[in-house]
Design a protein around this ligand. Structure first.
Ligand code: KIV
Length: 272
């Protein structure tokens, strides 16, 4: 199977399904604002996820639970303005889809109408199947999310690897098949054993995008702040840091402070 990169003009949900069929891995990163989205998009990313991880990395909350639908719409609309090629997927935040399918649909419609995003992502399987159906029936593409679903962190009580036990692994396989059957266009698997993730990716036709789920899936996603090394505190095993932006930015900023204090900045050429 060829792994060459095809030159898609604009990535659609169909492009992702084609990529899986052709053995081309899907690249996905989060972004939460216009400038970052522009950089990520021009670097050639396939999918930009406006993740509810904005609650952690943008707002400084401990979990993803506090972020609101209005805040997600604000982040997503900024990202959409910066993205020309990538597919923009927007997380439905905690509390905006769990109580009933009608509310889920209203939330998804607000995301699509007010942000211009191209698809929504929801966490969960069988428990939220009616909400997923309702959203899909309205013509809104849905990406699923199983495994370590951070909106359920208080149920799990830990951020450790999920589905190591057979019972949870079996439920995960069932849920993945259900999401495919319902019509989700893809699925994120977070922090589960690589073998299980590969087994799922091979048993369903929709693309499976992993984070901490090994190399046997159809694509990878990371939180942009983590892969750029903007925070030093978060170091899970699955994370590859491509830069140490924390150090780079700290040193640039302290140089600026020194230059201002020492009256080196601005110099003759930097004024009118
Ligand atoms: O919110 C997020 O960033 C996510 C990814 C970790 C998949 O859901």
């Amino acid at each position: 199977m060829s792994t060459a990169k095809k030159d898609y003009k604009k990535i659609t949900t169909k492009s992702l399904i084609d990529m899986k069929a052709q053995g081309e891995k899907i690249s996905m990163l989060t972004a939460y604002d216009y400038t970052m989205a522009k950089i990520v998009d021009s670097a050639g990313i396939d999918v930009i996820l406006v993740g509810d991880s904005a609650s952690n990395v943008m707002a400084g909350h401990e979990t993803t639970l506090p972020i609101t639908l209005d805040q997600m719409i604000y982040h997503a609309s900024s990202v959409v303005r910066g993205a020309d090629r990538a597919l923009v997927v927007v997380d439905l935040p905690f509390g905006s889809y769990q109580s009933d399918p009608k509310e889920a649909l209203r939330s998804a419609i607000r995301i699509m109408k007010e942000s211009g995003g191209h698809a929504v992502k929801l966490e969960g399987g069988k428990e939220i199947k009616d909400s997923i159906k309702k959203i899909l029936n309205a013509g809104i593409p849905v990406m699923g999310h199983l495994g370590l679903t951070p909106q359920s962190i208080y149920k799990f009580g830990t951020y450790t690897v999920r589905a190591k036990e057979e019972q949870e692994a079996l439920k995960l396989i069932e849920d993945a098949k259900l999401l495919e059957k319902l019509g989700c266009f893809s699925l994120v698997l977070e922090k589960i054993p690589a073998k299980l993730a590969q087994q799922i990716a091979e048993s369903i036709s929709i693309p499976v995008i992993g984070i901490g789920a090994g190399s046997g899936v159809d694509g990878q996603v990371l939180v942009i702040h983590d892969m750029l090394g903007m925070n030093n505190e978060f170091s899970p095993r699955f994370l590859r840091r491509y830069m140490n932006l924390y150090e780079g930015m700290t040193s640039a900023i302290s140089q600026y402070v020194d230059d201002v204090k020492s009256k080196d900045f601005p110099n003759e050429k930097e004024q009118y």
